[in-house]
Design a protein around this ligand. Structure first.
Ligand code: ADP
Ligand code: ADP
Length: 227
């Protein structure tokens, strides 16, 4: 079964705005998938529904076959999420933020220590492990959220604009980190971006969303031959 399957997803916000107008989307297992589109298209809303941060109006979402309405607690184990906004406790230490997350998945901190160290090293944060999160730069906070999202080895990683506001050198090193997680751990990755270049560099398949509708759903290779 696919890593993610979305059918007829509709979102009407409380103010009556139709942010998603019945979208269908499928992400195969092991894929590196980009959800592209201009600001306001509905990318964050889509990923928000998948990660249960946004309540949907209608439609069906399955993560590795598990219907999130029926069994979100089981679906969430499959899932790592990096939202756009920093949502960790700014006064907590870097290492503790990652290890505390492990506890939410029923993993003991002891069994996650090595994994935590590896992630912080790979993301260039190990030297900062005892720093309070508020002392980190924006790019480091973003990487901290990525480490935290991966601590329980999710099968599907969701990244909302992971490199927004990050300089080109750092973006390249984040790209190679994401590629490695996808290739070596077999983690399916979905990211939103408005940089076509980012999708081009990383992704096998893409969907383009505009005004709450999927206007294109194809392989990156086919998209590039069309341009
Ligand atoms: P994207 O991530 O593609 O930039 P979003 O999913 O954040 O787009 O937003 C899609 C549309 O829904 C935008 O027009 C946005 O203004 C609107 N929107 C987002 N959140 C809310 C909300 N809480 N209430 C009303 N409208 C919202
Ligand atoms: P910014 O000020 O743009 O937020 P940071 O302070 O977060 O940037 O980045 C500090 C440095 O950490 C960058 O110059 C980057 O090259 C470096 N770095 C080392 N290893 C990594 C890594 N694996 N991923 C991302 N950045 C890394």
């Amino acid at each position: 079964e696919p890593a993610l399957s979305i059918r007829g997803l509709t979102k009407v916000y409380d103010n009556g705005f139709h942010a998603l107008k019945g979208i269908d989307m499928e992400v195969p297992q092991g894929d590196f998938f980009a959800l592209l589109g201009p600001n306001g298209a509905g990318k964050s809303t889509t990923l928000g529904v998948v990660s249960s941060l946004v309540r949907k109006t209608a439609g069906e979402v399955r993560i590795h076959g598990i219907d999130i309405d029926r069994d979100f607690s089981r679906a969430k184990y499959q899932l790592g999420v990096v939202p756009q906004e920093f949502n960790f406790n700014q006064f907590e230490k870097v290492e503790d933020i990652v290890l505390t997350q492990a506890g939410y998945y029923g993993l003991s901190m002891r069994e996650c220590k090595d994994r935590c160290r590896q992630l912080l090293e790979d993301l260039g944060l190990w030297e900062k492990r005892n720093a309070t999160a508020r002392m980190l730069s924006g790019g480091m906070k973003r990487r901290l959220m990525i480490a935290r999202a991966l601590i329980h080895r999710p099968r599907l990683l969701i990244l909302d604009e992971p490199t927004a506001g990050v300089d080109i050198e750092l973006r390249r090193s984040m790209w190679s980190f994401m590629r490695r997680i996808n290739a070596e751990e077999g983690t399916s990755i979905i990211l939103t971006t408005h940089y076509l270049e980012e999708a081009e560099n990383l992704c096998r398949n893409i969907a383009i969303i505009n005004h709450g509708e999927i206007v294109e759903n194809t392989s990156m290779r086919d998209l590039l031959t069309q341009l």
